[in-house]
Design a protein around this ligand. Structure first.
Ligand SMILES: C[S@@+](CC[C@H](N)C(=O)[O-])C[C@H]1O[C@@H](n2cnc3c(N)ncnc32)[C@H](O)[C@@H]1O
Length: 231
């Protein structure tokens, strides 16, 4: 895909990611971002680190939903994206245009944690390793990464993706592929969690039930965490 494919979608992005099934799950994009921030926050707590001490980069930040939600909980929060149109609405955020698909527009050893939220399925499979190696470059030694991705094992996810215009060229990657990618990029996978089993209305009432499924590979999405090896 062209690295600026999202320029076409940017003006109507919020509408273009909607589908009847996704709307039954939640009509509010913030719900999906909240769930991710919750997982990230829990992961950091388990590592014994406070987000307030960390410099965070959100790669492929798009319109900046996650940065806006969680940015103030970090020492610094930055985003980058190849689509300057997606970044148009991000004047309130610290963002940079990424000119190359596999080269992040930052100096080496700049961040403590990097997230990629529903980005890799839009990156050519042949570019993914180089991008993840560059993530390792911009991270300080021992830096952490979190990949959030659609779970191809979930039939509802596959249906939503097939109905979503912005996912026209998507090539989904399984959690196993994400873990392999992390390893190949010099990062040790440290935690994998499946989530998004319940629609928002149910989640708000009985969200605790989702804990049963965190290790079962059927959630709508998954989070793969890792730590880049030192040296
Ligand atoms: C589905 S959107 C997700 C945006 C945002 N992360 C979110 O969750 O709302 C995918 C984003 O990945 C970006 N993207 C595509 N190829 C990329 C690459 N090689 N490196 C970084 N971002 C990329 C697109 O421009 C787009 O903004």
């Amino acid at each position: 895909m062209s690295t600026t494919e999202f320029d076409e979608y940017a003006a109507q992005y919020d509408d273009l990611v909607r589908s009847p099934i996704r709307d039954r799950f939640s009509t509010d994009s913030t719900f999906f971002a909240e769930r991710k921030w919750q997982l990230l926050h829990r992961f950091l707590a388990r590592q014994g680190v406070s987000s307030h001490d960390l410099d965070w980069l959100d790669v492929g930040c798009g319109t900046g939903t996650l940065l806006r939600l969680a940015g103030s909980d970090f020492n610094s929060a930055s985003g980058c994206d190849p689509s300057s149109e997606m970044l148009e609405t991000c004047d309130d955020l610290s963002i940079s245009v990424q000119r190359e698909a596999t080269r992040l527009p930052f100096e080496s050893d700049r961040f403590d944690i990097v997230t990629l939220v529903c980005v890799l399925h839009h990156v050519l499979p042949s570019d993914r390793l180089a991008l993840m190696q560059d993530v390792g470059r911009v991270l300080r030694p021992g830096g952490m990464v979190c990949i959030f991705e659609h779970n191809p094992l979930n039939p509802v996810t596959r249906l939503v993706v097939s109905q979503t215009p912005v996912d026209r060229d998507a090539v989904l990657l399984s959690s196993g592929e994400s873990k392999r990618l992390l390893r190949d990029a010099g990062c040790s996978p440290s935690h994998l969690e499946y989530f998004l089993y319940l629609p928002e209305s149910l989640y708000r009432r009985i969200g605790g039930v989702e804990k049963i499924g965190t290790r079962l590979p059927f959630g709508g999405q998954y989070a793969a965490f890792g730590k880049y090896d030192v040296g």
